[in-house]
Design a protein around this ligand. Sequence first.
Ligand code: ADP
Ligand code: MG
Length: 448
Amino acid sequence: KWGQLRQRLLKTVGQNNYTTWIEPLVFSEVQDGVATFNVPTNFMGNYVSQNFADLILYELNTAGAKVQRVSFQVAANVAARPSTRVAAPETPQDTSPAPLDELQAAPLDPRFTFDSFVVGKPNELAHAAARRVSEGGPVTFNPLVLYGGVGLGKTHLMHAIAWELRARKPELNVLYLSAEQFMYRFVQALRERKMMDFKVLFRSVDVLMVDDVQFIAGKDSTQEEFFHTFNALVDQNKQIIISADRAPGEIKDLEDRVRSRLQCGLVVDLHPTDYELRLGILQTKVQQYRGSYPGLEIADGVLEFLAHRISTNVRVLEGALTRLFAFASLVGREIDMELTQDCLADVLRASERKITVEEIQRRVSDYYNIRLSDMIGPKRLRSYARPRQVAMYLSKQLTSRSLPEIGRRFGGRDHTTVMHGCKRIEELKLTDGQIAEDVEMLRRALEA
Ligand code: ADP
Ligand code: MG
């Protein structure tokens, strides 16, 4: 039994925590509703009881054990001499979160407002829906479900809604918390036998916001309680706002009734960011940073490069920019391409696009309707040379190949030829609208 439980804990706490804290636990016994584990050291006992007791308790109860609390005792070899046995923490409850009757919303991040949220094609629907519910008018869609991958702005939008509602309708009781916190509160209420308080509290909110709801998938009793809370609030016409990392229909181990409840509101997704949105976000962030780093210069093209090359995850994008600013101010240099490449080598490598020179050549020759062999071959005709230069330029922009490497892939041309080709396209992009458009179309097609 404990073996299975450990597997579930591993999933929840992650490999590192698991190896350090959960794996060494030795299950001892359950008596009078207390589950006892042996631990090698007192320190470990304290740590685990402070950080993982709720979770272990929760999993035990989910698995059908009737346990009110868990306790940790220093291991058996020490226990062989009872007089030297170090007392395990007597009451793990003492270290649990704030009492239920002080139920508080999770703190809101002051940076996550509508003002600081950059709107683009990939998130405009989600943004519009968030704006609408933040007006606090009559409830028109319930629940509002925002879903999308990591770092696309779900939490940002939820906090923005909460800030806005606080400002506009201070009389409303707005509760924002993560699904994980919801679970902990629930487990705590069970353990302290305060389910009535729990129900009364959660049913008294006017707007309930639960972030990362996928967390409760597979956690049966939490889902059930969530379902009841949800229904009670919907019946009272109270607004519910939910986020998830994927569409409700795609969350595994979510009860059908919870799933269908989520689907009967307005479900909008945040798409992965596109180039324009990333550039917009970078420009906005640069404006914000200017205050803290006066006099810092960014060379032309750096932001565009980052928007091209760094992942769709906005958190990664922000992290890169922060690092770049810190680094530049430390060494007192302008942020140019060289500094950027140096400073962000690891990030750039990790988010490297898998676009290859060969793929670019294929696309470009298709686009201009010429044979691949002619584009790579020695012919100097303008109708081959121009597409060839476009392909070289895109290879330089979109792959990490060096000029000589690119040259080699274009029929063994010299790196100066490649450099010349890239320069030529850069010039033409400024003077020849058709070329500019061709390059842009191709870039998009390749990045799609
Ligand atoms: P999620 O909850 O979807 O994983 P977050 O809301 O935590 O993502 O966003 C990650 C980071 O990216 C935050 O710092 C957030 O401010 C920022 N961010 C995401 N989208 C935008 C956007 N459209 N405009 C400005 N910042 C954004
Ligand atoms: Mg989030």
